[in-house]
Design a protein around this ligand. Sequence first.
Ligand SMILES: Cc1cc2nc3c(=O)[nH]c(=O)nc-3n(C[C@H](O)[C@H](O)[C@H](O)COP(=O)(O)OP(=O)(O)OC[C@H]3O[C@@H](n4cnc5c(N)ncnc54)[C@H](O)[C@@H]3O)c2cc1C
Length: 414
Amino acid sequence: MTDVPRRNWAGNVTYAARRFHRPSTLDELRRLVAGSQRLRAVGTGHSFNRLGDTTGDLVSLAGLPPTVEIDRERGTVTVAAGLRYGDVATRLHAEGLALANLASLPHISVAGAVATGTHGSGDGHRNLAAAVAALELVTADGSRLAVDRADARFAGMVVSLGALGVVTRVTLDVVPAFELRQYVRRDLPVEALDAAFGSAYSVSGFTSWRSSTIDHVWRKQLADQPPPPADWLGTTAAEGPVHPVPGLDPVNCTLQLGVPGPAHERLPHFRMGFTPSSGDELQSEYHLPREAAAGALAALDGMRDRIAGVLQVCELRTVAADELWLSPNQGRDSLAIHFTWVDDAAAVLPVVAQVEQALAPFGPRPHWGKVFTLDPSAVAAAFPRHADFAALLAELDPAGKFRTELLDRYFPRA
Ligand SMILES: Cc1cc2nc3c(=O)[nH]c(=O)nc-3n(C[C@H](O)[C@H](O)[C@H](O)COP(=O)(O)OP(=O)(O)OC[C@H]3O[C@@H](n4cnc5c(N)ncnc54)[C@H](O)[C@@H]3O)c2cc1C
């Protein structure tokens, strides 16, 4: 097939698969999975590492029927797993419903985002995977498996790293539709970061590590709340729309300057139909316990010149704790420190390793879909349910059909 991506969005990974597939029915998918030795699903390819790569069959679910089924009584929507969040959110909005939070871009598939523990920001908001109420997947032998929160294994199966089967349907919690206004403020003192995070529905801080303040704060607040006062936390208001990456055109970004709009058009920083972020980049991200935030930022401050030398922008967000085994936020409210690097792996990787070293005392957990080089023992120690997930892998995929090199490194076979 020609319409399955051969490379990831960033272009730093060319998939090693021998065959590419785009089934149009569930039965076709089941036969494909049952008959394959090695297989992985791909979503929209927005991950930056080889977690989802395979030497066998790579399968996209974009050809399956794009179902969206709302259950108002339960407060859920069940969607075809390959749908993009932006499409789901638009459909929900038309029905007076919304998702409680979204990532910085609406372009990503539901299954791919959930599999890596993708998140937005907000002291009171968990990551996108925590909104999953049920899943349906095709397991290694081609059979169908449906699980929900009542299943003891469920908490291990949502942030699955794509390693437990091909997820075909995802049920998500929904909330009544709501409106937000987005204000961008400049030059937040680092000491005021906590107050800024706690001040609104969803808050992100952006820094280039070239100044002593947080360069921009994106404050996404409920539309009926008063705008921040002129002297809010010592900041000044941005005079016009801005892009998170200094110098780029804000036309790609969701509306700012306090213009009210539906939550799904304000929670992401980037608009559907436009390039998110810069497009020429690598990304890394680490989740730290919230109480370690000041120490972790101080540790990075000590190497700010090295970071700044290969950085486009660094984003700081908060995520509430959940119970999903491989969630970067499992059991702890978190500060997420994200790096949009320049598109030069040779220059970036040594700095990634130095960042990891600086953060090591604080128990960093990596974003599973971004560039990281942490030692497997450090990753195992950072996720208390690591061994439980390894057991789940052995149970659901005994022959290693969904295994990849990166998975073998972090979850070695027994
Ligand atoms: C510009 C940009 C901005 C980003 N912003 C954020 C952000 O705000 N917050 C954040 O947390 N992350 C962010 N990310 C990272 C992104 O959300 C994750 O990498 C996410 O996994 C991408 O989803 P995808 O559909 O592209 O997944 P893919 O990269 O296609 O796949 C990711 C993993 O999911 C597996 N998978 C995909 N589909 C299925 C399926 N049907 N069944 C089983 N496994 C499956 C794959 O095998 C792979 O292991 C950003 C990425 C980019 C490029």
